[in-house]
Design a protein around this ligand. Structure first.
Ligand SMILES: Nc1nc2c(c(=O)[nH]1)N[C@H]1C(S)=C(S)[C@@H](COP(=O)(O)O)O[C@H]1N2
Ligand SMILES: [Mo]
Length: 349
């Protein structure tokens, strides 16, 4: 018999052992347990545990892959399909068309949460699980009710589910914002930490200390993270995904950000002196007070320019944005106009 496939660099647990990872118990409370829907919803909903148990129950065998490298295949879970829970009696969704992301929030002391894109969730067809292996879920494994999301590292499967919130913009979860866990979490693509070169300890340290200086973080995935005042001096950040990232006051002197995605990032007062910004995309970013002197800007963009020549998503630039004439010379005339029209301060050298 051939063994079933495992995602890269995962190992099967011994003898059906089920490790406890992360928080070990929910927050103490005397309130009866409920699961509520919130955010971009068409109707408020709230289920007690007996409401959930009275809904149609589905049994599934799901492969569990923890980011800490253990896997347990074909675990049996039982509960309500997420897709069914968020559908009304008449077949209409309980979320409205603006909803793009879902944040799951736990009844836990740190209000632990994790999020997923709504469409991905519907495709993955997760369970709001009440039982595992034929028995009620043990408390340390998320009982009385947890999420079980197949096809993602297990940190996307929240224990002690209390609230399901529909959102227009993503809200990073606990591990994703505090510990450098990758927001994509695809075990087959090995999306463990924000950069593939990192160990768990390094990812935590990088995020906690906000120190990326001199590091090779090729392909960094840090979209939406809170990284104000980041030290990224001389960091290698080619192709980094820094869309919507909070980077006010960040220090990118001498960094390599070629082809980086910085759309809608908060870059107020960020320092890019002497950085390689070739091919970087700054459209929609806030560059007020940013210093771009002596940066290489060949192929960089500061607005989306459509076929008719109209500029959209223009980066916010003003007189406190500094740039050198030689850097501007590498831009296309259309892109350069973002600086002239918004009266950036242009230094001759
Ligand atoms: N509320 C809550 N849910 C959580 C966590 C947590 O710390 N708190 N850790 C996550 C991680 S990293 C993993 S691997 C799984 C672990 O679930 P288990 O302890 O039942 O194995 O829960 C996930 N859900
Ligand atoms: Mo995990």
């Amino acid at each position: 018999m051939t063994s079933p496939p495992l995602p890269p660099n995962q190992q099967r647990v011994k003898q059906d052992h089920w490790p406890v990872v992360g928080e070990r118990a929910p927050a103490q409370s005397t309130r009866p347990w409920t699961v509520t829907l919130g955010g971009e919803v068409t109707a408020d909903r709230c289920w007690s545990l007996s409401d959930l148990a009275a809904l149609p129950q589905t049994t599934r065998r799901i492969d569990v892959h923890c980011v800490t490298r253990w896997s347990r295949l074909q675990m049996e879970f039982q509960g309500v399909r997420f897709a069914e829970l968020v559908t009304d009696f008449d077949g209409q969704p309980l979320f409205n068309p603006r909803a793009r992301f879902v944040s799951f929030v736990a009844r836990s002391d740190r209000s632990h949460s994790t999020s997923l894109p709504l469409q991905e969730l519907l495709d993955l067809d997760p369970l709001v699980a009440l039982r595992a292996g034929g028995a009620p879920l043990a408390t340390e494994h998320g009982g009385p009710v947890r999420m079980v999301v197949p096809g993602k590292y297990f940190y996307k499967s929240l224990k002690w589910l209390e609230r399901i919130e529909f959102l227009t913009d993503d809200r990073l979860g606990y591990w994703e914002s505090e510990a450098g866990y990758h927001n994509g979490a695809d075990p087959w693509k090995e999306q463990r930490y924000i950069a593939s070169s990192l160990s768990k300890q390094e990812a935590v340290r990088l995020i906690r200390q906000r120190d990326f200086s001199d590091r090779d973080l090729l392909g960094l995935q840090a979209s939406g993270l809170e990284l104000a005042n980041l030290n990224a001096v001389n960091a290698l950040l080619r192709n980094a995904d820094l869309r919507k990232t909070a980077l006010r006051g960040a220090d990118f002197r001498g960094a390599n950000l070629s082809n980086a995605h910085l759309q809608s990032a908060d870059l107020r007062e960020a320092n890019f002196r002497g950085a390689d910004l070739e091919g970087a995309d700054f459209s929609g970013a806030d560059l007020r007070g940013a210093d771009l002197r002596d940066a290489s800007l060949f192929g960089a963009s500061f607005a989306v320019i459509d076929a008719a020549g109209d500029r959209r998503h223009v980066a916010s630039i003003n007189a406190s944005t500094r740039v050198t004439a030689s850097s501007l010379a590498a831009l296309t005339p259309e892109q350069r106009e973002c600086f002239w029209s918004q009266r950036a301060t242009v230094h001759e050298r």
